[in-house]
Design a protein around this ligand. Structure first.
Ligand code: IPM
Ligand code: MG
Length: 356
């Protein structure tokens, strides 16, 4: 089969890690008889520098005409002082919104060979950790009305959290469908003791649950969920939540695995076009030095094969190759530990290719 992939290397280590991922995808193509074509395009700080805006129209057009988008990372200190709507991060929100990518899947997986890296006491993660955060990605406070106004005490600023029924319904369905293929448990996270938008969220999730009698549903307030994640993370299978709560909880979930440099993500919409990116940032301090860990991006490539191209076997081939490389003791600096062999970005990419 033939697939067109738009690539957005972006800023910092983005180009380093995307390069290795493309090589892995090429190798998969050769092995399984697929053709992947890549169109590189600009977004983030590099786009600000080269064409004066974080998300050029041309980039959007290229992405819309592709079967999937692979993104490295955007942002860096160089652009931190720009006004909100001109910052590199704006490119991410623009892509999510314009491509209709309302469902963000962020698996938090503790890789057996890396279990030492876990920041929690080992008895709390005995037998491994495998949870999936399903974050709503195109609604809520990220996209709600915001502004400045004159208030009682002078200038004030506001951001609005709003959710419609259909927005909640579609993300809930994604979560239940995923749970069906996993351990059949969904935890919906909200702040329904305070927020009206959360009360609607909870009611709609309850309604959707009626269609999935084999899935067990429970609800947690976000403060409790944040606490439970570090107290007993193994109680969770699929967590579904709003844009902002999902932003926060997915960082927490990934960090307890100890290997934020390992975790991929997928952003999906109602058709097969998805955007795939590592959940870590652009790490400008090590950019271009062959030091970055390419595995999260390579694993994002695997998610692309699975979710956008329906190539499950090929996706698993990448995931097993990554595990094999870790079992062989190879580590990039971020996941290095005593007795292991430290390698750079390029060598790590090559090792994955060799193990395919
Ligand atoms: C993420 C990031 C983004 C977000 C930023 C960079 C806009 O934190 O993908 O989690 O808040 O969604
Ligand atoms: Mg975040």
């Amino acid at each position: 089969m033939k697939f067109h992939i738009a690539t957005i290397p972006g800023d910092g280590i983005g180009p380093d890690i995307v390069e290795q991922t493309l090589l892995v995808l090429k190798k998969i193509g050769e092995k399984f008889g697929h053709t992947f074509t890549f169109t590189e395009t600009l977004a983030g700080g590099i786009a600000i520098d080269q064409v004066g805006e974080p998300l050029p129209q041309e980039t959007l057009t290229i992405c819309k005409n592709s079967d999937a988008v692979l993104l490295g990372a955007v942002g860096g200190p160089k652009w931190d002082t720009l006004p909100g709507d001109q910052r590199p991060e704006k490119a991410l929100l623009g892509l999510r919104g314009e491509l209709g990518l309302f469902a963000n899947l962020r698996p938090a997986l503790l890789y057996e060979p890396l279990k030492e890296a876990c920041t929690l006491r080992s008895d709390l993660v005995e037998g491994g950790l495998d949870l999936m955060v399903v974050r709503e990605l195109t609604g809520g406070i990220y996209f709600g009305e915001r502004g400045r106004r004159q208030g009682k005490y002078g200038e004030e600023a506001y951001d609005t959290e709003a959710y419609s029924k259909p927005e909640v319904e579609r993300i809930a369905r994604v979560a239940f469908e995923i749970a069906l293929k996993r351990n059949k448990r969904v935890t919906s996270v909200d702040k329904a003791n305070i927020l009206e938008s959360s009360r609607l969220w909870r009611a709609v999730v309850e309604e959707v649950a009626q269609d999935y009698p084999e899935v067990e549903l429970n609800h947690l307030y976000v403060d409790n969920a944040a606490m439970q994640l570090v107290r007993n993370p193994k109680q969770f299978d699929v967590l579904v939540t709003t844009n902002m709560f999902g932003d926060i909880l997915s960082d927490e979930a990934s960090m307890i695995t100890g290997s934020i440099g390992m975790l991929p993500s997928a952003s999906l919409g109602k058709n097969s076009l998805g955007m795939y990116e590592p959940i870590h940032g652009s790490a400008p301090d090590i950019a271009g030095q062959d030091k970055a860990n390419p595995l999260a991006t390579i694993l994002s490539g695997a998610m692309m094969l699975r979710h956008s191209f329906q190539l499950e076997e090929e996706a698993r081939a990448i995931e097993s190759a990554v595990i094999k490389v870790l079992e062989q003791g190879y580590r990039t600096g971020d996941i290095m530990s005593v007795g292991m062999k430290q390698v750079g970005t390029t060598e790590m990419g090559q090792l994955v290719q060799e193990n395919l």
